[in-house]
Design a protein around this ligand. Structure first.
Ligand SMILES: [Zn+2]
Length: 869
């Protein structure tokens, strides 16, 4: 299949100045009229190619004259026109079928709502257009629809006019004054409920804010509206960015491929990231809403006003906007807790991707299907790269760099180089070497060696970088900030002084700048051999290796002043213990547990001064996904056995303390949504997960029965779903009956069943595929049931290959419905290279089965062929 390369980029031959669209909405036959004002940029006789897929062309008019079929060429992928004048108007009429659009790409019908998703290449499924981000035009839209069925008619920009028509129809005209690429175009029509509010900007403009949802759900939009107003205020205060239209609309829909979409003035959201109340949403859901509402709002400047020249630049808007939403969440909540959650997600998803056959740099140089590049690498690693720039140049310079970026590139489609130029220009810091983070893939590793000389009171630290990638060769050492602390025996940090003959840079607050393959830093005036706290606050997205034993990590887990590293030490020590247990299981040896770990765990457990959220994170064992990464050959069952053994040993040694602390946290508090209450619930439910290792499930069942919020209820349910006792049935049945009409909550139910370790899980999942709450056309439901099962390593890697075969069949079934969702699911096969020989044979035959299927989408082909290569 055809690959597209960054090096082949060419400027568009024509410019589209304005485009006026008119839609007559109909379920199966929507008429689209487009009138464009174009001008030629390139040489005479330059062909105009307009992308168009699955469109029915009706007629074309050039400056008012209808063209004959012989005057253009029509293909599966678009329309070519020749011999065009320098300036002209092109009018095109075509028809589309929104109801048949199960790919949810372009204009489609979801529930009773018409809506669009055009990023990256959906607009070509609406009408013929130069569907590429560097073609920025001014849009106007007239929507015509039946007034009774579709009382709400929305598009980008400001409402210009609306009125009634004959035959019970009505219309609305929307005008967006800001030039934008086609991927930011949006249209929505439906019979929707609405929550209305307003925001006064820093220059005293009154903005109308609306959140639209299914009727009856209005009360669940409160948190989303509060988050929107908080985002608008935050972007003014932190970055000086103000909103620029008279109106800001958000629409929540149930069927959506992504989380949300930042269309200019008209965001379309997966309802998962809008609707929430105490009875139906967990604390994690509430946090997710705040973060995604913020993310899409922040795109108005980083993405919409300044957009990407081509899709290879995707991280220009995504990495930067994820950084901005992470900073927003940090400012709104507890910074260290936010950092831990962001890094955990990076380590669990991006590190895995970067070690797999689908590893790619944050700025890829080739793709077959750009939809496959909306990845943790482009987004989360992209945000870490921005964060490193922030650390290297400091907050004030970073803000100056952002100001310069907006001033210089507003209204343009630009490249990552233009962003780096702004940062370099504003700070004077040379970022040339740093740019390797954009072109190299793989997670760098840093090895640490030390020497201490008591007589000269010098402590030297040697860092050695390695930077292998599974998909690249010839890589160079990176430049990155590396923050460290040197702790003495009392846990106090030494002040850091580099030996005077060193000209290596040491930024404020102990940040070293690393740029060579091997470097030694000598610290002076160190009285006793210190214990290092390395890569504090996760200053660089690297893996760090030391020769430290359990004792040193136990010390850091108790004493580190850097809260992120205190957490990281808890994960490192637990990982060391768990990997030793896994090795022992694989060698059929007797399982024993080190006192060092139990003591360290106990000290954190009994530390009553510690932030409860941080404590909960530190007492949580590394996930199966994290543990799997470090195994050369996967023995999934051994990993589960080791983790369950460790949990049982912890409860055996510390059960009384865990039980007592759980009880003290489990008073019947009134439910509130502040950080302190969320932290208390998080700690309580972490402790509950240990109590789940006990034989007696009364405590857990009681929490389920008495819960006054979804966080507590779902935590108890997840534990019960892994038990064999009667309480399981009671809770699962109750949950199903209570919420079966609420599809967002049913997603949670499906995920709980699909993630269970019990052996009947595959059977339960198959049963749920037939249940009335499930619908394979709704991406959220697919992700919750099939996606969760695919990430349930115990069952996915079942020794008889049944997990592989089941998921391969689902990939093929989904590929016919929604290729984007199918290729997302196909990504779970990426551990192929690390399977034992028997499992490899089983998975290989399934991957080959997929590849040999006729009419396979580009999406799935690209992922599966990379895995097999
Ligand atoms: Zn985004």
């Amino acid at each position: 299949m055809e690959k597209i390369y960054l090096k082949d980029y060419e400027k568009p031959a024509y410019e589209v100045k304005t485009i006026d669209l008119e839609f007559e909405l109909h379920d199966t036959n929507t008429l689209v009229k487009s009138s464009m004002r174009l001008s030629r940029k390139g040489k005479e006789n330059e062909v105009l190619f307009l992308n168009g897929e699955e469109l029915e062309l009706i007629s074309i008019f050039l400056d008012g004259r209808e063209l004959h079929e012989s005057e253009y060429e029509l293909s599966e992928s678009g329309l070519s026109l020749h011999q065009l004048p320098k300036e002209f108007t092109l009018e095109i009429h075509n028809a589309i079928n929104p109801e048949a659009n199960t790919a949810l790409d372009g204009l489609y019908k979801s529930g009773g709502i018409f809506c669009t998703q055009n990023e990256p290449e959906g607009f070509r499924r609406i009408t013929y257009f130069m569907d590429r981000p560097d073609v920025m035009a001014v849009y106007s839209t007239k929507v015509i629809a039946d007034k009774k069925a579709y009382p709400v008619l929305l598009s980008n920009g400001n409402l210009f006019e609306k009125g009634d028509m004959d035959d019970g129809k009505h219309y609305a005209i929307w005008k967006d004054p800001f030039p934008k690429p086609s991927y930011l175009y949006a249209l929505v029509a439906g019979d929707l409920g609405c929550v209305n509010d307003s925001f006064r900007t820093m220059s005293k403009n009154e903005i109308e804010l609306n959140i639209y949802c299914d009727k009856g759900n209005e009360a669940q939009c409160t948190h989303a509206m509060d988050s929107l107003k908080a985002s608008m205020k935050w972007d003014e205060e932190r970055f000086g960015r103000e909103y620029d239209l008279e109106i800001y609309n958000i629409v929540a829909v149930d069927s959506f491929n992504m989380g949300a979409m930042e269309n200019k003035g008209l965001n379309v959201f997966n309802s998962h990231y809008v609707l929430a109340d105490a009875d139906t949403a967990t604390d994690t859901n509430f946090m997710g809403i705040e973060s995604v509402i913020g993310h899409e709002y922040f795109h108005n400047w980083t993405g919409n006003r300044i957009t990407c020249r081509d899709w290879f630049q995707l991280t220009l808007k995504e990495g930067l906007t994820v950084f901005r939403d992470q900073e927003f969440s940090s400012d709104m909540n507890t910074r260290s807790v936010q950092r831990i959650s962001d890094v955990k997600s990076l380590q669990e998803r991006q590190f895995v991707e970067d070690a797999s056959p689908t590893s790619h740099p944050i700025k890829p140089d080739a793709y077959i299907q750009i939809n496959n590049f909306y990845t943790a690498t482009i987004y989360e690693k992209g945000a870490e790269v921005i964060r490193m720039i922030h650390t290297l140049i400091g907050e004030a310079n970073f803000r100056a760099g952002m100001d310069l970026y907006f001033k210089t590139f507003d209204g343009q489609a630009v490249r990552t180089e233009d962003f780096i130029w702004s940062m370099q220009e504003a700070s004077g810091f040379n970022l040339e070497h740093f740019k390797l983070w954009y072109s190299q893939s793989g997670t760098p590793e840093v090895n640490i060696q030390t020497a201490f000389d008591k007589d000269t009171r010098r402590f030297s630290v040697t860092l050695t970088q390695s930077y292998l990638s599974p998909t690249q060769i010839g890589q160079q050492p990176y430049l990155f900030p590396f923050k460290l602390g040197l702790l003495n025996k009392n846990g106090q940090e030494n002040s850091l002084k580099l030996a005077s003959n060193e000209n290596q840079p040491l930024l404020d607050k102990g940040v070293l700048i690393i740029s060579k393959e091997e470097e030694t830093f000598i610290f002076t005036d160190i009285e006793e051999e210190p214990i290092m706290s390395l890569n504090q606050n996760f200053s660089a997205p690297v893996k760090v290796h030391t020769s430290y034993a359990l004792e040193e990590y136990a010390f850091l887990m108790e004493h580190d002043k850097d809260e992120f590293n205190r957490f990281e030490a808890s994960q490192t020590i637990a990982s060391m213990v768990l990997h030793k247990l896994i090795d022992t299981i694989e060698a059929n040896g007797p399982l024993t547990l080190s006192d060092v770990y139990v003591n360290a765990f106990s000290k954190v457990l009994l530390d009553m001064k510690m932030d409860m959220s941080l404590k909960a994170d530190s007492l949580t064992l590394p996930s199966i996904a994290i543990l799997m990464q470090e195994r050369k050959v996967l023995d999934v069952e051994a990993i589960y056995m080791a983790r369950n053994f460790l949990k049982r040993e912890i409860i055996r040694s510390l059960g009384a303390d865990i039980q007592a602390q759980y009880t003290s946290l489990n008073h019947s508090y009134e439910y509130t949504l502040d950080s302190a209450s969320m932290a208390r619930r998080k700690l309580k439910n972490t402790l509950l997960s240990y109590l789940g290792a006990l034989k007696d499930e009364t405590v857990i069942l009681n929490q389920y029965r008495n819960a006054n919020n979804m966080t507590d209820r779902l935590s108890a349910l997840s534990i019960l779903a892994n038990s064999r006792e009667e309480g399981k049935l009671e809770a699962l049945n109750d949950f199903y009956e209570r919420y079966k009409d609420n599809t967002l909550v049913m997603n949670k139910y499906l995920a709980v069943i699909a993630s269970s370790e019990l052996k009947e899980t595959p059977m339960n999942v198959k049963k749920l595929l037939e249940d009335e709450v499930f619908d394979i056309k709704v991406p959220n439901l697919v992700r919750s049931l099939i996606g969760t099962f695919a990430r349930n390593a115990l069952h996915f890697h079942a020794v008889d290959g049944s997990g592989y075969s089941f998921i391969a069949d689902k990939v093929l079934e989904l590929d016919k419905i929604n290729p984007q969702i199918a290729s997302g699911l196909a990504g779970v096969f990426k551990d192929y290279g690390r399977l034992n020989e028997k499992a490899k044979v089983l998975m290989k035959s399934e991957l080959e089965k997929i590849l040999s299927t006729k009419e396979l989408s580009k999406n799935v082909y690209e992922i599966v062929s990379k895995i097999l290569a």
